[in-house]
Design a protein around this ligand. Structure first.
Ligand SMILES: Nc1ncnc2c1ncn2[C@@H]1O[C@H](COP(=O)(O)OP(=O)(O)OP(=O)(O)O)[C@@H](O)[C@H]1O
Length: 261
């Protein structure tokens, strides 16, 4: 990890009618960090992801990525800037194979792709002849090689979630936003996920921002944690600082998975 700020979220707010889902959120993620974004249900975590990735516009505030202002850009441009995300629910094409789903994630990178006009907007770093090797590379990173030809919808749930990560990786991001990657996973799948995320950071240089309710995972993986309650940041710090933070303890009082983390 170095000290370069990769993601800078400044005064980010989002209103839905009368509800302030995010209120002036400020935080930064440095290159090479794994940062957790936690908070009780309805705290605004997914809204924060949606605004950062351009799925919905902010009501106020800005997001900068690698020095570039990305707030206001559509999701396709945010991905090109290097920021990819995964979704809470599995979001792959169930009738297509694992490899074809990965290929879809890769499409905007392919030079002289027949899909859409060549506008020069994309970083077309892949020649069509290099696509099979790139799919193999992603399958290998995510340990999905033996599932390459299986229909995505036929994979066990844990592998479908992993495929969601593989599709995001196919865009060649420098940062990955993961929305509840451990939800629905059993103990062994969860350990495997933790190993994958550490490999992504250590061997592939990725920076990770993680929304997750699985506190043991968050506490063991993240260098820093940002805590949201009702749209507002109530604390930020190392796992040890967060565990002992009075406002966090109060917000989570009675939440059994936090108490046992
Ligand atoms: N499109 C929307 N329209 C209206 N209200 C919304 C919309 N999206 C989110 N909200 C509201 O904003 C608040 C924050 O929701 P959000 O999904 O961001 O929370 P969260 O922290 O991700 O919760 P969870 O942990 O349950 O996923 C909630 O009160 C939610 O009902």
């Amino acid at each position: 990890m170095n000290n370069e700020t990769l993601l800078k979220v400044s005064g980010l707010s989002r209103q839905f009618g009368g509800l302030m889902a995010l209120r002036g959120l400020d935080f930064q993620v440095r290159r090479g960090e794994i940062v957790g974004l936690i908070g009780p249900n309805g705290a605004g975590k997914t809204t924060a992801f949606n605004v950062i990735t351009g799925t919905i516009p902010p009501s106020a505030g800005e997001v900068h990525y690698a020095g570039q202002r990305i707030s206001g850009l559509p999701p396709s441009r945010v991905v090109i800037a290097g920021l990819a995300r995964t979704f809470q629910a599995t979001s792959t094409y169930p009738k297509e194979s694992t490899a074809d789903n990965i290929y879809r994630g890769m499409l905007p990178r392919i030079r002289e792709s027949l899909v859409g006009p060549v506008t020069g907007r994309y970083h077309r770093d892949l020649a069509a002849s290099d696509v099979p090797a790139e799919i193999e590379r992603i399958l290998k990173i995510t340990d999905l090689e033996r599932w390459a030809r299986h229909e995505a919808g036929s994979l066990p749930y844990g592998l479908q979630k992993k495929l969601g990560i593989a599709v995001a990786l196919a865009t060649k991001p420098t940062m990955l936003l993961l929305d509840e990657p451990a939800a629905g996973l059993n103990h062994e799948e969860c350990n495997e996920l933790a190993r994958l995320l550490l490999r992504l950071r250590d061997d592939h240089g990725l920076t990770l921002l993680l929304v997750e309710h699985h506190m043991a995972l968050v506490m063991s993986l993240c260098q820093r944690i940002v805590v949201l309650v009702q749209g507002e940041k109530i604390a930020e710090g190392t796992p040890d600082e967060i565990r002992q933070h009075p406002a966090v303890i109060e917000a989570y009082l009675g939440a059994p998975d936090y108490a046992h983390a």
